[in-house]
Design a protein around this ligand. Structure first.
Ligand SMILES: Nc1ncnc2c1ncn2[C@@H]1O[C@H](COP(=O)(O)OP(=O)(O)OP(=O)(O)O)[C@@H](O)[C@H]1O
Ligand SMILES: [Mg+2]
Length: 240
């Protein structure tokens, strides 16, 4: 064996060792994030119950802050979990037939509460449709876009689903500041957050849209954006 071959063999061995270490680290991270989400979900429920008990103004305020913060932690953890799955090529696309209305009704219930907490109004319109796709991934897209609409919107957030002869259109709309033309080409990039929000950082990691785009690719659809300064932003996509 020549010296070059020997060095190549040694390097290959080192590489395999690193890959193994990296895989077990990723696995540990994914498992930790997954396990953490369950007690966080319990915290969200406890905070919800606490908010509805007799409290003075200051206590009520604090309970609401605890509630909102735990929801944010859960969203962050969910995004990190999605990201680690994506990095391992592990977001599995499992299409099946499902009814759209129960899925969007559940989301609408959650976002009606979240919007009410933030003194915003949630408008909702859905349709009856049997869809052949992956309901978990469809829900993740809607959740990410709705979470942004609430974060960056002003008073009114809306989710609208329409059935055009079996082709379903989804529209998530807000009435916020809109997205600057210079930010628009980058919003789907990993960890990208507009500098505009720097002083008033709206939490999060800049991962939601990156994940949304990757999931949309899996579902064979494209996320469209229209935005107008101080009027708001609309994200839309089609299925079927
Ligand atoms: N509806 C919206 N209105 C205005 N700006 C938006 C809207 N949605 C996204 N953006 C901009 O695009 C950036 C990227 O969005 P993305 O969802 O990826 O990240 P994030 O919301 O900042 O954090 P995360 O989703 O990880 O919690 C945001 O930081 C924001 O600047
Ligand atoms: Mg987001």
């Amino acid at each position: 064996m020549t010296e070059i071959q020997q060095r190549y063999k040694r390097l290959l061995k080192e590489l395999r060792k690193c890959e193994k270490l990296n895989n077990s680290k990723s696995y540990f991270l994914a498992q930790a994030v997954h396990d953490l989400r369950q007690p966080i979900q319990a915290l969200i429920l406890f905070a919800e119950v606490l908010k509805d008990t007799p409290l003075n103004e200051e206590q009520k305020n604090l309970a609401e802050k605890i509630h909102n913060s735990t929801i944010e932690i859960k969203e962050l953890l969910t995004n990190y979990l999605d990201l680690s799955k994506l990095n391992e090529g592990g977001v599995i696309y499992e299409p099946r037939h499902f009814k759209l209305k129960p899925l969007t009704d559940k989301l609408a219930d959650n976002y009606t509460i979240i919007c009410k907490d933030k003194n915003k109004h949630f408008n909702y319109q859905t349709c009856n449709a049997d869809i052949f796709s992956d309901p978990i991934l469809v829900e993740r897209i809607l959740q990410n876009l709705l979470s942004n609409a609430v974060k960056y919107g002003k008073d009114n957030i809306s989710l609208r689903c329409e059935n055009h002869n079996g082709k379903i259109s989804f529209e998530i709309k807000d009435d916020g500041k809109g997205i600057d033309a210079k930010d628009l080409p980058h919003i789907f990039d990993e960890y990208y957050q507009s500098r505009k929000d720097e002083h008033n950082r709206k939490h999060g990691a800049g991962l939601g849209l990156f994940i949304t785009q990757k999931i949309a690719d899996k579902l064979g659809t494209k996320i469209n954006v229209t935005t107008k300064k101080n009027k708001g932003t609309t994200f839309s996509f089609n299925l079927g």
